[in-house]
Unconditional design. Sequence first.
Length: 390
Amino acid sequence: MDEFIEKVKPIIEKVKNEGDKALIELTEKFDGVRIDRIAVTEDEIEEAYERVDDGLVDALELAKENIERFHYITMPDRDIRIDFGDMIMGKRYVPVERAGLYIPGGRASYPSTVLMSAVPANLAGVDEIVACTPPDSEGKVNPLTLVAMDICGIDEIYRVGGAQAIAAMAYGTETITRVEKIAGPGNIYVTAAKLIVSKDVSIDMPAGPSEVMILADESADAETVALECLAQLEHDPMARAFVATTSGKLAREVEGKVREVFPEGILKIKVFEKIGDAVEFANSIAPEHLVILTENHWQVFEKVRHAGSVFLGRYSPVAAGDYASGTNHILPTGGFARMYSGVSAETFMKSMTYQEISREGLEKLSTIISKIAKAEGLEWHAKSVEERLK
């Protein structure tokens, strides 16, 4: 990652120093098109609907409903208030005021990523939601992506991609006002840019090239395992697929099936004597997606500690979570699932604790406060309590 961070630093600095001019020049350099306008217009959104099949619009609406349902149910309570008698304490969740969503493009359009980022942001109550996505060779935004953005009520849309888009959202330009939170997946350069700007703006997580880990025993079907691998490898030349299995036969069959389609794809298969050892290997990788195709998959799941999202059993493909079941597909990659979680409504919130203490309550605490404060050499801390009790 250090190599990519060094490559991205000049891009970040150029956008910070030159604003819109840098965005236009960098878009021409990296996307091969010179854009006349950075912001997408209402006319372009209306035109996009004319180019997208009504059935596909309906599918996006239904997927949005499922994503809203899951994310609403799993949201934290807005205000957790506890009355201890002589003290009231609580924790209140409040949304960030302005969030920036990165929607990748290039090899494909990703309207599903629009849903996965915008729906939680809306549920959180973010005041202003903006989105950046790369233009095509004609300087336009993919119509399906635009329709998804409109369905989700995104306030501002910009035809800018790559590290330059991350810099624009983090620091602002003449056209793009800076945000407080940046969320969304991207390639290795986007991930590097997010890491660089994270000292100045909050980010969701490092989310780079896609990856899947499949835990499989002798009961698993080789075709099913191979297809899960292929579904990840088609994302990006840097996407990775891992298989940890107790079956040498399955390992050989999967290897053959995958190599027929992606002979150069990043595929790693390991055979273990026990499924418990395979789980330990999976935890060491901390994959973005973990598929469990074993007997007693719930028991196996109990041993899983590190994964972005987990898919249990034959009828739970990663693609279900990618598009329609309701869980989020913006997930930590590259081992970051050891310390990061996937996007949720909470991604776009921050919490404040609060307290109201009665005189009686403070009297009970005063001796504790005074002793610890004085031990730390902070006399005024102790005096600030003593004065209130005079």
